[in-house]
Design a protein around this ligand. Structure first.
Ligand code: NAD
Ligand code: DAU
Length: 372
């Protein structure tokens, strides 16, 4: 790697992509070009200062557009392609699976094919990083009502970790996706690995657990709950609120992706996880407490149990020991700090949130939550 390398970041105007672009720039890892279709989830405002200052080049376009992608690769000659572009919300995939097939499967295949042609024509591509998710592994059992200490966690991540079950997902766990979203992501991973095996494309696949942090679209649990508390709206908890997610601060995911791009072995899969399991209802209560402490607004009366998500995965938990050992990576942000920082960011950036929730998001919200 040297800092004249070009990084093509697809989906760079979405939640994780924006944080990733900011990290690439902060670490001066090279020239950055963002390709993003600006779907409902893409927000160019999040990269306004980087675009205006000329720190990045922004190209509006679809990863599924072969002419556009081929022309872009030939022009910018990337050393790294990092594919964050995707339809990412499980509930939307339950409502309408088709866009997930188009963006996540066909779009990824087109990007891979264009990368293959670019290399064939002399392009020096060092890595194609396909960004995957823990959801491809399906879900895990909950063995404990109260979380238990995870053995060996101190040695692995340098702190105590509590878990709700005995099992975790490793890179060799079988793929058992539950939703159209996760099925489309599993297909994309498989396609990327096939392009490595068949055509020798320099692919690595990363799979991460639930990210939280700044710039997340407010359809997702954490920003949705913070915004609803601030607006005095009900807090819709699916089912009994007992489903468990493994939360990771977004910067810890981004540093893992950089490590995989720079040092990951070709054709390999790398898991990233936050080693922070929480039941949804406990997390929501934590958000309520943090907003109350900061703003004096008490959201506890707003909690409302609503009908469950069809096919709702019970528990995710990542075994990221391969990434920790091979890439020298680990999640650095302490969960309590990360959550505090995140709540602070949304409270300080209400105009960013309001801009979204006052637009077409309103009709999405009505459709998904009224009469639920
Ligand atoms: P997001 O929905 O916030 O952002 C997705 C971005 O991709 C948007 O900017 C959107 O405009 C763009 N996009 C969508 N379709 C496109 C297309 N066809 N061509 C070009 N751009 C397109 O998603 P996110 O939460 O930032 O997730 C990014 C990636 O990370 C996804 O691949 C997701 O599956 C994966 N992931 C997310 C999480 C998480 O917790 N959010 C965890 C693990 C993996
Ligand atoms: O695990 C990684 C995945 O995490 C990513 O691949 C996805 O792109 C990302 O969206 C996320 O998926 P989840 O479905 O876990 O995230 P979401 O924020 O939608 O929901 C988190 C949990 O909260 C889940 O158990 C459902 C529940 N939930 C969610 C919403 C939006 C509620 O109880 N109420 C809600 O209104």
């Amino acid at each position: 790697m040297n800092n004249t390398d070009t990084w093509l970041v697809t989906g760079g105007a979405g939640f994780i992509g924006v944080n990733f672009v900011k990290m690439l720039l902060a670490e001066k890892l090279g020239r950055v070009v963002v390709l993003d279709a600006l779907t409902y989830a893409g927000n160019i405002r999040s990269l306004e200062s980087e675009i205006e200052s000329g720190a990045i080049e922004f190209v509006k376009g679809d990863i599924g557009d072969s002419q556009l992608v081929a022309g872009l690769l030939a022009r910018i000659r990337p050393a790294y392609i990092v594919n964050f572009a995707a339809e990412s919300h499980v509930d939307r995939s339950v409502d309408n699976p088709r866009p997930f097939v188009e963006a996540n499967i066909l779009g990824t295949q087109n990007l891979l094919e264009c990368a293959r042609q670019y290399v064939k024509n002399g392009g020096e591509l060092r890595k194609f990083v396909q960004i995957g998710t823990d959801e491809v592994y399906g879900d895990l059992d909950m063995d404990f009502d109260e979380p238990q200490l995870l053995e060996g966690a101190e040695a692995l991540v340098g702190r105590e970790v509590r878990v709700f079950g005995r099992e975790t997902f490793s890179e060799s766990s079988p793929l058992k996706p539950s939703s159209p979203y996760s099925a489309s992501k599993a297909a994309a991973d498989m396609m990327a690995l096939a392009y490595h095996r068949t055509f020798g494309l320099p692919v690595v696949v990363t799979r991460c657990s639930n990210n939280y942090g700044p710039y997340q679209f407010p359809e997702k649990l954490i920003p949705l709950m913070i915004n609803n508390i601030m607006e005095g709206r009900s807090l819709p908890v699916y089912g009994k609120g007992l489903n468990v997610r493994d939360w990771i601060y977004v910067d810890d995911h981004c540093s893992g992706v950089i490590a995989a791009a720079l040092n990951g072995r070709l054709g390999e899969v790398y898991n990233f996880g936050g080693y922070y399991e929480a039941r949804n209802i406990d997390l929501i209560n934590m958000l309520i407490d943090l907003v109350r402490e900061s703003e004096g607004i008490n959201g506890s009366g707003l909690v409302t149990y609503v009908s469950d998500r069809p096919g709702h995965d019970r528990r995710y938990a990542m075994d990221a020991s391969k990434s920790i050992q091979e890439l020298g990576w680990k999640p650095e942000v302490l969960p309590e700090d990360g959550m505090k920082r995140t709540v602070r960011w949304y409270l300080d950036n209400l105009p960013w949130v309001r801009d979204i929730v006052e637009g077409e998001y309103r009709s999405y919200y009505e459709k998904m939550y009224s009469n639920r």
